[in-house]
Design a protein around this ligand. Structure first.
Ligand SMILES: NC(=O)c1ccc[n+]([C@@H]2O[C@H](COP(=O)([O-])OP(=O)(O)OC[C@H]3O[C@@H](n4cnc5c(N)ncnc54)[C@H](OP(=O)(O)O)[C@@H]3O)[C@@H](O)[C@H]2O)c1
Length: 268
Protein backbone atom coordinates (compact mmCIF):
# COMPACT_ATOMS: atom_id res chain seq x y z
CA UNK A 1 0.00 0.00 0.00
CA UNK A 2 1.39 3.45 -0.91
CA UNK A 3 0.76 6.49 1.33
CA UNK A 4 -1.29 9.06 -0.61
CA UNK A 5 -3.40 6.60 -2.59
CA UNK A 6 -5.24 5.30 0.46
CA UNK A 7 -7.79 6.87 2.77
CA UNK A 8 -6.25 7.31 6.21
CA UNK A 9 -7.98 8.48 9.38
CA UNK A 10 -5.96 9.77 12.35
CA UNK A 11 -7.64 9.68 15.77
CA UNK A 12 -6.00 11.80 18.48
CA UNK A 13 -4.73 14.18 15.80
CA UNK A 14 -3.85 17.05 18.16
CA UNK A 15 -1.78 15.00 20.62
CA UNK A 16 2.03 14.96 20.68
CA UNK A 17 2.39 11.94 18.39
CA UNK A 18 -0.88 12.69 16.55
CA UNK A 19 0.47 16.07 15.39
CA UNK A 20 3.53 14.46 13.83
CA UNK A 21 1.36 11.77 12.24
CA UNK A 22 -0.63 14.60 10.62
CA UNK A 23 2.59 15.89 9.04
CA UNK A 24 3.49 12.41 7.69
CA UNK A 25 -0.07 11.80 6.42
CA UNK A 26 -1.12 15.28 5.20
CA UNK A 27 -4.17 13.97 3.31
CA UNK A 28 -5.57 12.02 6.24
CA UNK A 29 -8.91 12.79 7.88
CA UNK A 30 -7.75 14.29 11.19
CA UNK A 31 -9.98 13.73 14.23
CA UNK A 32 -9.29 15.51 17.53
CA UNK A 33 -10.94 14.93 20.90
CA UNK A 34 -13.30 17.84 20.08
CA UNK A 35 -14.85 16.01 17.13
CA UNK A 36 -14.39 12.40 18.21
CA UNK A 37 -14.97 10.82 21.65
CA UNK A 38 -13.43 7.35 21.49
CA UNK A 39 -15.36 6.02 24.50
CA UNK A 40 -18.71 6.48 22.70
CA UNK A 41 -19.01 3.00 21.18
CA UNK A 42 -21.95 3.66 18.84
CA UNK A 43 -20.50 6.90 17.47
CA UNK A 44 -17.04 5.38 17.03
CA UNK A 45 -18.38 2.44 15.05
CA UNK A 46 -20.80 4.56 12.96
CA UNK A 47 -18.23 7.27 12.20
CA UNK A 48 -15.44 4.93 11.16
CA UNK A 49 -17.82 2.96 8.95
CA UNK A 50 -19.10 6.19 7.37
CA UNK A 51 -15.55 7.39 6.68
CA UNK A 52 -14.79 4.15 4.79
CA UNK A 53 -11.13 4.36 5.76
CA UNK A 54 -8.46 2.00 4.45
CA UNK A 55 -6.22 2.72 7.44
CA UNK A 56 -7.18 4.00 10.89
CA UNK A 57 -4.34 5.27 13.09
CA UNK A 58 -5.28 5.64 16.74
CA UNK A 59 -2.97 8.00 18.64
CA UNK A 60 -5.62 8.96 21.22
CA UNK A 61 -5.02 7.82 24.78
CA UNK A 62 -5.21 8.82 28.40
CA UNK A 63 -1.42 9.12 28.59
CA UNK A 64 -0.98 10.69 32.03
CA UNK A 65 0.57 7.84 34.03
CA UNK A 66 -0.05 9.44 37.44
CA UNK A 67 -3.57 10.56 36.40
CA UNK A 68 -4.46 6.95 35.51
CA UNK A 69 -3.86 5.93 39.16
CA UNK A 70 -6.39 8.58 40.30
CA UNK A 71 -8.94 8.00 37.51
CA UNK A 72 -8.89 4.27 36.96
CA UNK A 73 -12.35 3.98 35.36
CA UNK A 74 -11.47 6.64 32.79
CA UNK A 75 -8.10 4.97 32.10
CA UNK A 76 -9.75 1.62 31.34
CA UNK A 77 -12.50 3.27 29.24
CA UNK A 78 -10.10 5.30 27.07
CA UNK A 79 -7.06 2.99 26.92
CA UNK A 80 -8.78 -0.37 27.36
CA UNK A 81 -12.31 -0.54 25.97
CA UNK A 82 -12.22 2.21 23.30
CA UNK A 83 -9.45 0.61 21.17
CA UNK A 84 -11.72 -2.45 21.04
CA UNK A 85 -14.56 -0.35 19.55
CA UNK A 86 -12.20 1.11 16.94
CA UNK A 87 -10.93 -2.40 16.13
CA UNK A 88 -14.48 -3.70 15.70
CA UNK A 89 -15.28 -0.91 13.24
CA UNK A 90 -12.03 -1.53 11.32
CA UNK A 91 -12.80 -5.21 11.08
CA UNK A 92 -16.32 -4.49 9.75
CA UNK A 93 -14.99 -2.33 6.89
CA UNK A 94 -11.73 -4.21 6.24
CA UNK A 95 -9.49 -1.35 7.38
CA UNK A 96 -6.00 -1.73 8.85
CA UNK A 97 -5.82 -0.50 12.46
CA UNK A 98 -2.58 1.03 13.71
CA UNK A 99 -2.55 1.56 17.47
CA UNK A 100 0.11 2.69 19.93
CA UNK A 101 0.93 0.93 23.17
CA UNK A 102 3.63 1.22 25.76
CA UNK A 103 6.76 -0.21 27.39
CA UNK A 104 4.76 -0.08 30.66
CA UNK A 105 2.93 -3.32 29.72
CA UNK A 106 6.05 -5.01 31.16
CA UNK A 107 7.07 -5.29 34.83
CA UNK A 108 10.73 -4.39 34.32
CA UNK A 109 12.16 -7.58 35.78
CA UNK A 110 14.02 -8.34 32.50
CA UNK A 111 16.71 -6.02 31.14
CA UNK A 112 15.03 -5.83 27.73
CA UNK A 113 11.85 -7.03 26.09
CA UNK A 114 11.11 -8.42 22.63
CA UNK A 115 7.62 -8.29 21.11
CA UNK A 116 6.61 -11.82 22.22
CA UNK A 117 7.73 -11.46 25.85
CA UNK A 118 5.16 -12.00 28.61
CA UNK A 119 3.41 -8.83 29.74
CA UNK A 120 2.80 -8.00 33.41
CA UNK A 121 2.02 -4.30 33.96
CA UNK A 122 2.63 -2.85 37.42
CA UNK A 123 0.62 0.38 37.15
CA UNK A 124 -2.92 1.31 36.02
CA UNK A 125 -1.73 3.02 32.83
CA UNK A 126 0.12 -0.16 31.78
CA UNK A 127 -2.83 -2.38 32.75
CA UNK A 128 -5.27 -0.23 30.78
CA UNK A 129 -2.99 -0.12 27.72
CA UNK A 130 -2.57 -3.92 27.87
CA UNK A 131 -6.36 -4.26 27.95
CA UNK A 132 -6.44 -2.10 24.80
CA UNK A 133 -4.00 -4.46 23.06
CA UNK A 134 -6.09 -7.48 24.06
CA UNK A 135 -9.38 -5.94 22.90
CA UNK A 136 -7.83 -5.08 19.53
CA UNK A 137 -6.47 -8.58 19.00
CA UNK A 138 -9.88 -10.01 19.92
CA UNK A 139 -11.82 -7.74 17.54
CA UNK A 140 -9.72 -7.56 14.38
CA UNK A 141 -7.04 -9.54 12.58
CA UNK A 142 -5.56 -6.68 10.59
CA UNK A 143 -3.83 -4.67 13.33
CA UNK A 144 -0.41 -3.16 13.91
CA UNK A 145 0.18 -2.53 17.62
CA UNK A 146 3.24 -0.33 18.01
CA UNK A 147 4.71 -0.35 21.52
CA UNK A 148 6.90 2.66 22.14
CA UNK A 149 8.48 4.52 25.06
CA UNK A 150 9.60 7.83 26.60
CA UNK A 151 8.14 10.04 23.83
CA UNK A 152 9.25 13.60 23.19
CA UNK A 153 8.02 15.87 20.42
CA UNK A 154 6.89 19.35 19.47
CA UNK A 155 3.21 19.26 20.39
CA UNK A 156 2.94 17.90 23.90
CA UNK A 157 4.12 17.92 27.47
CA UNK A 158 7.34 15.99 27.55
CA UNK A 159 10.44 15.28 29.63
CA UNK A 160 12.79 17.35 27.44
CA UNK A 161 10.73 20.51 27.82
CA UNK A 162 10.26 19.84 31.55
CA UNK A 163 14.06 19.59 32.03
CA UNK A 164 14.63 22.83 30.08
CA UNK A 165 12.02 24.62 32.23
CA UNK A 166 13.32 23.24 35.54
CA UNK A 167 16.91 24.20 34.70
CA UNK A 168 15.75 27.83 34.50
CA UNK A 169 13.86 27.60 37.80
CA UNK A 170 16.43 25.79 40.01
CA UNK A 171 20.17 25.42 40.35
CA UNK A 172 20.20 21.61 40.48
CA UNK A 173 17.65 19.28 38.93
CA UNK A 174 17.36 15.87 40.64
CA UNK A 175 16.63 13.01 38.23
CA UNK A 176 16.27 9.27 38.89
CA UNK A 177 19.16 7.11 37.76
CA UNK A 178 17.69 3.64 38.32
CA UNK A 179 15.00 3.37 35.61
CA UNK A 180 16.15 2.34 32.14
CA UNK A 181 14.33 2.94 28.85
CA UNK A 182 14.62 4.23 25.29
CA UNK A 183 13.73 7.87 24.53
CA UNK A 184 11.81 8.24 21.26
CA UNK A 185 11.20 11.26 19.05
CA UNK A 186 7.61 11.43 17.84
CA UNK A 187 8.70 12.76 14.41
CA UNK A 188 10.78 9.58 13.89
CA UNK A 189 8.01 7.33 15.19
CA UNK A 190 5.43 8.97 12.91
CA UNK A 191 7.64 8.42 9.83
CA UNK A 192 8.25 4.81 10.83
CA UNK A 193 4.49 4.28 11.22
CA UNK A 194 4.08 4.76 7.46
CA UNK A 195 6.48 1.83 6.97
CA UNK A 196 4.81 -0.41 9.54
CA UNK A 197 1.45 -0.13 7.76
CA UNK A 198 3.01 -2.00 4.85
CA UNK A 199 4.27 -4.83 7.07
CA UNK A 200 2.11 -7.68 8.31
CA UNK A 201 -0.27 -7.66 11.26
CA UNK A 202 1.30 -7.98 14.71
CA UNK A 203 2.99 -6.25 17.63
CA UNK A 204 6.00 -4.03 16.92
CA UNK A 205 8.53 -2.48 19.32
CA UNK A 206 9.49 0.90 17.82
CA UNK A 207 11.79 3.32 19.64
CA UNK A 208 14.90 5.31 18.87
CA UNK A 209 18.03 3.20 19.42
CA UNK A 210 20.13 3.29 22.59
CA UNK A 211 19.05 2.84 26.17
CA UNK A 212 19.64 5.14 29.12
CA UNK A 213 18.31 6.18 32.52
CA UNK A 214 16.18 9.30 33.00
CA UNK A 215 19.28 10.90 34.57
CA UNK A 216 21.41 10.11 31.51
CA UNK A 217 18.62 11.42 29.26
CA UNK A 218 18.38 14.62 31.31
CA UNK A 219 22.17 15.10 31.26
CA UNK A 220 22.07 15.32 27.45
CA UNK A 221 19.51 18.14 27.70
CA UNK A 222 20.79 20.31 30.58
CA UNK A 223 24.00 20.69 32.61
CA UNK A 224 22.55 21.04 36.09
CA UNK A 225 21.49 17.42 36.74
CA UNK A 226 21.99 15.56 40.01
CA UNK A 227 21.24 11.85 40.17
CA UNK A 228 18.90 10.32 42.73
CA UNK A 229 17.11 7.01 43.30
CA UNK A 230 13.42 6.24 42.66
CA UNK A 231 13.03 5.88 46.45
CA UNK A 232 13.98 9.54 46.83
CA UNK A 233 11.36 10.46 44.23
CA UNK A 234 8.14 8.61 45.20
CA UNK A 235 5.26 8.60 42.69
CA UNK A 236 1.74 7.09 42.88
CA UNK A 237 2.34 4.90 39.84
CA UNK A 238 5.02 2.23 40.19
CA UNK A 239 7.56 2.42 37.35
CA UNK A 240 9.37 -0.64 35.95
CA UNK A 241 13.15 -0.62 36.52
CA UNK A 242 13.74 -1.77 32.96
CA UNK A 243 11.34 -0.88 30.17
CA UNK A 244 13.75 -1.34 27.31
CA UNK A 245 11.94 -2.42 24.13
CA UNK A 246 13.89 -4.44 21.58
CA UNK A 247 12.77 -4.34 17.95
CA UNK A 248 13.23 -7.73 16.26
CA UNK A 249 10.94 -7.12 13.28
CA UNK A 250 12.04 -4.11 11.26
CA UNK A 251 15.00 -1.81 10.56
CA UNK A 252 16.16 0.25 13.56
CA UNK A 253 15.60 4.00 13.87
CA UNK A 254 18.48 6.40 14.60
CA UNK A 255 20.03 6.79 18.08
CA UNK A 256 18.00 8.86 20.54
CA UNK A 257 20.90 11.30 21.00
CA UNK A 258 20.80 12.23 17.29
CA UNK A 259 17.03 12.63 17.42
CA UNK A 260 17.29 14.73 20.59
CA UNK A 261 19.90 17.03 19.00
CA UNK A 262 17.56 17.67 16.08
CA UNK A 263 14.64 18.36 18.44
CA UNK A 264 16.73 20.79 20.53
CA UNK A 265 18.07 22.59 17.42
CA UNK A 266 14.57 23.04 16.01
CA UNK A 267 12.89 24.03 19.26
CA UNK A 268 15.30 26.40 21.03
N1 LIG B 1 4.00 9.95 25.95
C1 LIG B 1 4.75 8.88 26.13
O1 LIG B 1 5.87 8.95 26.67
C2 LIG B 1 4.28 7.53 25.63
C3 LIG B 1 5.06 6.40 25.90
C4 LIG B 1 4.63 5.16 25.42
C5 LIG B 1 3.47 5.05 24.68
N2 LIG B 1 2.72 6.16 24.45
C6 LIG B 1 1.48 6.00 23.67
O2 LIG B 1 1.65 6.72 22.46
C7 LIG B 1 0.38 7.26 22.04
C8 LIG B 1 0.50 8.76 21.83
O3 LIG B 1 0.88 9.37 23.06
P1 LIG B 1 1.04 10.95 23.21
O4 LIG B 1 2.07 11.18 24.26
O5 LIG B 1 1.15 11.58 21.87
O6 LIG B 1 -0.37 11.30 23.85
P2 LIG B 1 -1.03 12.76 24.08
O7 LIG B 1 -0.11 13.85 23.68
O8 LIG B 1 -1.57 12.74 25.48
O9 LIG B 1 -2.24 12.76 23.06
C9 LIG B 1 -3.35 11.95 23.26
C10 LIG B 1 -4.49 12.55 22.50
O10 LIG B 1 -5.65 11.76 22.75
C11 LIG B 1 -6.76 12.62 22.95
N3 LIG B 1 -7.76 11.95 23.79
C12 LIG B 1 -7.68 11.65 25.10
N4 LIG B 1 -8.80 11.07 25.52
C13 LIG B 1 -9.63 10.98 24.44
C14 LIG B 1 -10.93 10.49 24.24
N5 LIG B 1 -11.63 9.96 25.26
N6 LIG B 1 -11.48 10.57 23.00
C15 LIG B 1 -10.79 11.14 21.98
N7 LIG B 1 -9.54 11.62 22.10
C16 LIG B 1 -8.96 11.55 23.33
C17 LIG B 1 -6.18 13.83 23.66
O11 LIG B 1 -7.03 14.93 23.50
P3 LIG B 1 -7.23 15.98 24.72
O12 LIG B 1 -5.86 16.34 25.18
O13 LIG B 1 -7.98 17.12 24.08
O14 LIG B 1 -8.01 15.22 25.75
C18 LIG B 1 -4.85 14.00 22.94
O15 LIG B 1 -4.98 14.81 21.80
C19 LIG B 1 -0.62 6.84 23.12
O16 LIG B 1 -1.24 5.64 22.74
C20 LIG B 1 0.26 6.59 24.34
O17 LIG B 1 -0.34 5.67 25.25
C21 LIG B 1 3.09 7.40 24.90
Amino acid sequence: MVVGTIKTVIIGASGMLGSDLCRVFPDAVKLTHKDFEITDKTKVIDSIKRLKADVVINAAAYSNVEGCEDNQDLAFEVNGHAPGYIAQACSDIGAILVHFSTDYVFDGSKEEYIESDTTNPINVYGQSKLMGEQKIIKNTENYRIIRTSWLFGKNGKNFVDTMLRLSKEMENVKVVNDQFGKPTYTADLASKTAEIINLGPGIYHITNEGRCTWYEFASEIINSTVQCSSEEFPTKAKRPTYSVLTNTKTTPMRHWKNALNEYLMENQ
